[in-house]
Design a protein around this ligand. Structure first.
Ligand code: 5GP
Ligand code: MG
Length: 179
């Protein structure tokens, strides 16, 4: 599919499945090396990171602990700037190496908040892995440790990402068509 329609908006194909999968395979290699012999905790950020998490974990193919958390800072097609805790991390992170798995980093507000909290809770190290990164939109003092693909500041959907809850189930990534 080259084009999709969600609610009132048109989106066009932007990143095909194979490019996403190649980026994840490379990221998994790096993460695997960095894990070394620690007992890491992976924290997948719902809802958007579900597909990325699943594909990354299949690549890692190891004994790792995985948990899920949910925060909200996004409405429609623009960020709100404040973070709500919908389902915070419940696992004890004390002295553990934590890998946060995010779908996309835009302003960085959500991840800055979560990373600070986990450090306060005594995590030994918090690393951030994101499928997509919009470097030009970054408004926090934060650099993701693992980036699948860097993209411009467009609004995108697919591969876990939604536009008002539609569009998460596509295996490719689409961007909003400029009118
Ligand atoms: P940040 O806190 O970095 O500004 O925003 C992060 C969250 O906003 C992401 O986890 C994602 O849920 C949402 N988000 C940011 N950019 C996009 C985008 O282009 N498309 C969609 N669907 N969600 C986005
Ligand atoms: Mg998200």
């Amino acid at each position: 599919m080259d084009r999709i329609r969600l609610w009132d908006k048109e989106f066009e194909l932007f990143i095909p499945e194979q490019k996403i999968q190649n980026a994840i395979a490379e990221m998994a290699q790096r993460i695997k090396t960095d894990i070394a012999d620690s007992n890491p905790l992976f924290v997948s950020i719902l809802n958007g990171a579900f597909m990325f998490t699943s594909d990354l974990m299949r690549e890692l193919n190891g004994p790792y602990e995985l948990t899920f958390a949910r925060y909200s800072s996004y409405r429609g097609t623009s960020t709100t700037g404040s973070v709500q805790e919908i389902m915070p991390v419940k696992v004890d992170v004390k002295d553990r190496m934590v890998f946060l798995l995010e779908d996309i980093i835009d302003t960085g507000t959500t991840m800055q908040y979560v990373m600070n909290k986990l450090r306060e809770q005594g995590a030994r190290e918090v690393r951030l892995a994101t499928m997509l990164y919009k470097p030009e939109a970054m408004r926090c003092n934060l650099v993701p440790d693992y980036v699948g693909l860097e993209i411009p500041t467009d609004f995108i959907v697919g591969y876990g990402l939604d536009y008002d809850e539609l569009g998460r189930a596509y295996r490719d990534i689409y961007k909003l068509k400029s009118e």
